[in-house]
Design a protein. Structure first.
Length: 266
């Protein structure tokens, strides 16, 4: 393999296009063989930069639930939704960085996503076992990139699943840092988007998702405006359908992308 080709592969795996050209098709190995080809469909998000951070990963699978006879973990489903979101943002012309990344798990369509421990932190760092070190590692990765782009529009999105009592059915909800006005605005825009989507696709079910401020480490320490999303209770059967089914993971990614678009161009 030539040096030039090796560099090309590295760029495909670890960075995304800077200039959005409508109609351009590029290949990204990180999305997996079935989804690697991505076409820029619009310039709706041209100029926007997103850092996408799926929860946990590496030695920490996060919350664990049971689906039929299988164990399901927070990090695998959060990662799959995050990958799908990244793809949709690229299609709209955004520059996207996947901060937590798996070298061999692209977008997957199965209901049960196999649990592994090989996720890395951008660009290719081993994720430490210690929780504080893990959080510091990903915030440092985001902040290092943030300095590179100065005053450009930048947002960091953290995607997680919650773990509560098995009988507690919850909706998607959002956290922002208490001192961030732009974070609160983004969270409310996202909530409004989900409320409209629920009214459209689940008209008989009231949306009860909330926006609140939390003094979480990642919200407190990342430099870009940050949003923390909880997709549902991994232990609740009804909530599981929201992310176990691949069409629902795709819908979550689409709705989040639309919420981000509403914040970028109000």
């Amino acid at each position: 393999m030539t040096l030039r080709y090796s560099i090309y592969i590295f760029l495909l795996l670890f960075s995304l296009p800077i200039e959005a050209q409508v109609g351009k098709v590029s290949s990204y190995e990180i999305f997996g063989s079935d989804y690697s080809e991505v076409e820029i469909k619009s310039n709706e998000l041209k100029g926007a930069i997103y850092y996408l951070v799926s929860g946990h990963g590496g030695p920490d699978p996060g919350a664990i639930g049971a689906y039929n006879s299988s164990r399901v973990s927070e990090d695998e489903y959060a990662y799959d939704v995050t990958l799908r979101l990244a793809r949709k943002l690229i299609e709209k012309g955004a520059l996207v960085y996947m901060i937590i990344r798996d070298p061999n798990d692209g977008i997957r369509d199965a209901n049960v996503l196999k649990l592994d421990y090989d996720e890395q932190c951008y660009p290719s760092s081993t994720i430490p076992l210690n929780q504080t070190q893990r959080l510091a590692q990903r915030t440092t990765a985001v902040n290092t990139l943030h300095r590179k782009y100065g005053k450009q529009y930048q947002r960091v999105i953290f995607i997680h699943l919650d773990s509560r009592s098995q009988g507690e059915n919850i909706d998607v909800f959002f956290y922002h840092h208490g001192k961030s006005k732009s974070g609160k605005k983004l969270a409310n825009r996202m909530k409004d988007t989900f409320k409209k989507k629920y009214a459209q696709f689940q008209p008989n079910r009231k949306y009860t998702g909330t926006v609140s401020d939390r003094n979480l480490y990642v919200l407190r320490n990342t430099k870009p405006t940050a949003l923390f999303i909880e997709l549902g209770n991994i232990r609740n059967t009804k909530d599981q359908r929201r992310f176990i089914l691949k069409d629902n993971r795709e819908a979550l990614a689409k709705w989040i992308a639309e919420g981000l678009k509403s914040d970028f161009k109000p």
